[in-house]
Write a protein that binds this ligand. Structure first.
Ligand SMILES: [Zn+2]
Length: 163
């Protein structure tokens, strides 16, 4: 059984969802400290991107592994009660994310998704360094659908492959 009632779970989940979440702040601070300037929560762009780096034609989403259904992630665990409700909800988010990314790409944006699990303290530095590296490599095509995209190699080295 879920440790929370349905109401409490909703409350817990929506508090996780709030705008200036800690993972996002980690990324913002790092970018800022490295001289990057960006816009925040752009309401005019599809998906209201967390971070918009116009100079680099790049958008960065910082996704919670639960809400955005991080495929293959050990941190994406569906609550054991109201399972179908949460599964459907997360599936809708995943579909919406994919649509938004398609729209953004068609407008010429490069889209980078950083997953919350990629910002855990032991791998955070690598993730952020890789992000900066990618920002400087303008032409790199980035596969946002793959799990642990930024950290794939590093994660595999640390934890073994998820496949
Ligand atoms: Zn994850």
């Amino acid at each position: 059984m879920d440790v929370f009632s349905k109401e409490k779970r909703s409350q817990v989940m929506s508090s996780i969802r709030s705008t200036d979440t800690k993972p996002e702040m980690i990324v913002r601070k790092y970018l800022h400290a490295n001289g990057f300037r960006y816009g925040l929560h752009n309401q005019k762009l599809p998906g209201h991107p967390d971070i918009v780096l116009r100079k680099y034609q790049t958008i960065v989403f910082i996704n919670g592994c639960f809400w955005h259904g991080h495929k293959g992630c050990r941190h994406y665990t569906v609550p054991k009660s109201n399972t179908s409700y949460w599964t459907a909800k997360v599936r809708r988010n995943v579909e919406r994310d994919a649509e938004n990314i398609t729209k953004l790409k068609s407008k010429g944006w490069r889209v980078i998704t950083i997953w919350e699990c990629e910002l855990k303290s032991d791998i955070r530095e690598n993730t952020l360094a890789n992000l900066v590296r990618m920002l400087h490599q303008k032409a790199v095509e980035y596969d946002t659908t793959a799990p642990h995209t930024i950290m794939a190699a590093e994660n595999a080295a640390i934890y073994g492959s998820d496949d």
